[in-house]
Design a protein. Structure first.
Length: 453
């Protein structure tokens, strides 16, 4: 009787939890931002991210023009600056993950904000290219490291509701980028040296404000912190699994690189294809960013609620592949079409690539967390963050050097390739989830589950 009563109470509690989650899903964006997963600390962190991304939006919209008109760099040197930044960004995520296994995430994140404050402040007085190169590289290193630390912070404070937190984070980030781009537009309209410097100063100050806000949070529960025993300290080994030796997780990260190509297609592919291969008006290009920003802010929470569980996130990978294939087919059809038809197809492609981004943000985030051993998530998530950084470096080169050179056929091959790889990624992820999430038997070794391919 006692066991039956326990089951009844447990079933009632499960129903109440489910009803609570359903109520949270129905809540609007503003209500969720007021009561985010993780409570007070999460709310402060989201506001810090808003300020950070606002500054990033200012920098992203004005940096190339600043280097051109204020510093006087030619296109070749600007390209070298951006390439160095991209390479440094690749190292940022694993470095942050490695350090987060040994030091407080909160302190590391404050350090990243202050690092970028210092490097951007130095840009106001530095004009020599040999000094600019490491400054810009370190800035982007800190940027990618900060994003990895924010991801780890979310996994710790939001717990099982991390998908909802990620949706709020992305909505906040896109709003910040939009506000930052608007601020940059006002400064660029003036076009003076002082206006450009004011924009850089605004970006630097956003990092100072973000660091102050992060300082008001409490260190999240360090489930991923490496905790070495006395014997392990003596040998210098912690016994925690390494992501660099985990072939199954490295396969996930490698396959996740093409699952991030929507970013380069939106930022590089759509504008360049419109200009070089269609008769659509150039004035259409800003609409791509508007469509993307609005849809992400409005729909991210709903999409995340639909794919919040690990196996649902794996299914979202296949949906991503099909959506990207449809987007690429539309782009291929715009070549040779009239101005009106091309414009309609390009706008539809912008909607599809945004839909793919919504799916990718859920699948990459949830699987990166779920496929990692719980005791070593800091280092694993740092390695997972490399996928986005590598794509940001290689994606534009792939589009401009191969896809657009091949013309419409290039888009179709790209779409088919992404769709095919998405099927491989989904099957690989499901296999690993079956091992990682399966109930452990009395003799089941945890290391084999963590390294299942």
């Amino acid at each position: 009787m006692r066991r039956r009563g326990t089951r009844i109470r447990k079933g009632s509690q499960d129903r109440q939890d489910q009803q609570g989650r359903q109520g949270q899903r129905r809540s609007g964006l503003v209500a969720q931002l007021r009561r985010p997963p993780g409570g007070r600390d999460a709310r402060i962190m989201l506001f810090a991210q808003l300020l950070d991304r606002t500054g990033t939006g200012v920098w992203g919209a004005s940096s190339v023009l600043y280097f051109t008109f204020v510093i006087g760099l030619d296109a070749g040197r600007i390209g070298l600056l951006l390439a160095a930044a991209a390479v440094a960004g690749i190292a940022g995520s694993p470095l942050a993950g490695h350090l987060a296994g040994r030091f407080p995430v909160r302190s590391l994140l404050i350090g990243c904000h202050l690092l970028r404050l210092g490097t951007l402040g130095a840009l106001l007085v530095v004009t020599r290219f040999d000094v600019l190169l490491p400054l810009v590289a370190v800035t982007y290193l800190g940027d990618r490291a900060a994003k990895a630390l924010e991801m780890l912070f979310a996994t710790r404070v939001a717990g099982e509701r991390r998908a909802t937190y990620q949706a709020l984070s992305r909505s906040t980030a896109n709003a910040g980028y939009a506000v930052g781009a608007g601020i940059a537009a006002a400064g660029l309209a003036l076009g003076t040296r002082e206006a450009y410097q004011a924009l850089i100063l605004a970006d630097a100050l956003s990092f100072l404000a973000a660091a102050a806000l992060v300082g008001r949070t409490r260190e999240p529960r360090a489930e991923g912190r490496v905790a070495a025993g006395a014997g392990e300290r003596a040998t210098g080994r912690t016994g925690a699994p390494s992501p660099w030796r985990d072939r199954g997780y490295l396969r996930f990260v490698l396959l996740d690189i093409p699952m991030n190509l929507d970013d380069s297609i939106l930022a590089v592919g759509l504008p360049l294809w419109l200009v070089t291969h269609t008769d659509a008006p150039h004035a259409l290009i800003p609409a791509f960013l508007v469509i993307n920003t609005v849809l992400v802010v409005v729909l991210q929470l709903r999409v995340s609620a639909r794919y919040e569980q690990p196996r649902q996130a794996a299914a979202a990978v296949s949906a991503y592949g099909l959506t990207m294939l449809a987007c690429c087919i539309l782009l291929a059809l715009t070549a040779g079409a009239g101005a009106v038809a091309a414009s309609v197809a390009l706008l539809a492609a912008a909607v599809l690539v945004t839909a793919a981004e919504l799916l990718r943000s859920v699948s990459s985030w949830e699987l990166a967390v779920s496929l990692a051993p719980e005791g070593a998530r800091a280092s694993y998530l740092g390695v997972a963050g490399m996928a986005q950084s590598v794509q940001k470096s290689a994606g534009p080169l792939l589009l401009t050097g191969a896809v657009m050179t091949a013309g419409p056929v290039g888009w179709i091959v790209l779409g088919a390739g992404i769709a095919g790889l998405s099927v491989v990624q989904r099957r690989s992820a499901v296999r690993r989830l079956d091992s990682v999430l399966a109930p452990a038997g009395p003799t089941a070794p945890s290391r084999s589950a963590a390294h299942a391919g």
